[in-house]
Design a protein around this ligand. Structure first.
Ligand SMILES: [Zn+2]
Length: 424
């Protein structure tokens, strides 16, 4: 049994919208009050409050406050659990000597939503058998119309109600058994500079281009960003202030439009990554990849990191590997990361194995043995032969264990996104 998330968009009526906003406000108050209580307990008595202490307090608060009685009790505990996790992460970062980042008080506009942990307690999903569209019943809100569908239907487990911009969503975790067909090809995939990736197969090489609609949105962002800077400069000049200058309606609208565009880029990247990984798994049985982090480290700065386009596509790398990994696991395909430090895909000749250092600017691979192709194609071919050696005579699951022992993403049960924090 695996866990997958499905996101439905909510279509609340006017009255339901105010009810949703009201609940978000109460959860935000609760977060801030619970945080204040923890700080007081530590400041006055040097006592660290635990999650269980705060749950007891919540029960008291609910007796006293009509406001809190108006929301589902379990969802209140989920908000306390989130605060507890924020503290746990804070202490972990302190211990590891990282930048600690103390849990913050949240103004309402930074507070995204709340969660439920058991289906049927405070929320119920009502859809048809393929779980496409339907209604979500939320206590205190009513039956809200929803649209969306999961790839694989399953049993609803937990639910998060989230506001993004002016839209509302429900992100629901399902227990399900995903099924997927894998392809039969062998290949190697290398991340590109100009292109998204290069894929080598024994029959030849193909490139996966960056989607042009993404580039168009990025151009729009650049244009709008310039426009905003101009408006800000004008406002600073007019009011003689560099900070806290009055924001005109036009500037406000431009800010909202920019937020919308950033959301659009995120959605487009999300779709592109899902579609591309699904296509690759449908085509390939074995795919060799380069482990990502190492290359990013060695190529820090310089041309590699240049530009908005690049930085946004870079961010897709981790998500790409993770999604390719679990889709391959669903289909029983091998998607394996090569230990880049040992293999050195871009410095090794795919034909004869000779190693030679190439500067990043050198885009061709030319070897005394006669091999001549593009740099990316060579790297993809090296990864392909490496993957072939790894999997010969092994079952998929076994090959994964051998190649990447204890790698967390080898666990197909690991949900793609964070689950609503279950309460211990
Ligand atoms: Zn060679």
């Amino acid at each position: 049994m695996a866990q997958r998330k499905v996101t439905y968009r909510l279509y609340p009526t006017g009255a339901q919208l105010s009810a949703l906003e009201h609940q978000r406000w109460v959860h935000c108050l609760m977060w801030n009050e619970a945080l204040a209580e923890r700080r007081r307990a530590w400041g006055e008595r040097r006592k660290s409050l635990k999650f269980s202490d705060q749950c007891k307090r919540l029960t008291e608060w609910r007796r006293q406050s009509k406001l809190l009685r108006g929301i589902n009790a379990q969802s209140g505990q989920v908000t306390l659990k989130r605060l507890d996790l924020a503290f746990q992460h804070f202490f972990r970062r302190v211990k590891n000597g990282e930048t600690p980042g103390f849990p913050r008080f949240k103004p309402l506009h930074r507070f995204k939503g709340w969660g439920y942990k058991t289906h049927g307690d405070g929320w119920r999903l009502i859809t048809n058998e393929r779980m496409k569209h339907g209604t979500l019943r939320l206590s205190g809100v009513g039956k809200v119309a929803i649209r969306g569908k999961p790839r694989t239907p399953g049993t609803p487990k937990t639910c998060e109600v989230i506001r993004r911009g002016r839209r509302w969503y429900a992100s629901i975790t399902l227990d399900c058994v995903p099924e997927r067909q894998r392809g039969d090809k062998l290949g190697g995939l290398d991340w590109g500079l100009e292109t998204f990736a290069t894929v080598a197969t024994p029959a030849g090489t193909e490139t996966i281009d960056n989607p042009c609609y993404l580039a168009r949105t990025l151009d729009e962002i650049r244009r709008l960003q310039r426009d905003i800077s101009r408006k800000e400069e004008a406002a600073k000049k007019a009011f003689g202030k560099t900070r806290r200058f009055p924001v005109s309606n036009r500037l406000q609208r431009a800010y909202e439009r920019l937020r919308g565009l950033h959301r659009k880029v995120a959605n487009q990247r999300h779709d592109f990554v899902h579609q591309t990984t699904a296509r690759l798994v449908g085509e390939f049985a074995v795919l060799g990849l380069e482990a990502l982090n190492i290359r990013n480290m060695t190529a820090s700065g310089g041309q590699y990191k240049k530009g908005l386009n690049r930085s946004i596509l870079d961010a897709a790398g981790g998500a790409f590997h993770q999604r390719l990994g679990y889709k391959a696991a669903e289909a029983g395909a091998w998607a394996i990361e090569a230990p880049t430090r040992q293999i050195k895909p871009s410095q090794t000749c795919h034909a004869c194995g000779r190693q030679e250092k190439k500067p990043l600017a050198q885009r061709r691979h030319e070897c005394p043995c006669g091999a001549s192709c593009s740099r990316d194609e060579n790297a993809a071919r090296v990864l392909m032969s490496w993957a072939e050696r790894q999997v010969s005579g092994r079952e998929p699951a076994e090959a994964w264990r051998v190649v990447r022992p204890n790698h967390p993403s080898d666990d197909p049960a690991r949900p793609e996104k964070r689950e609503t924090h279950a309460i211990a």
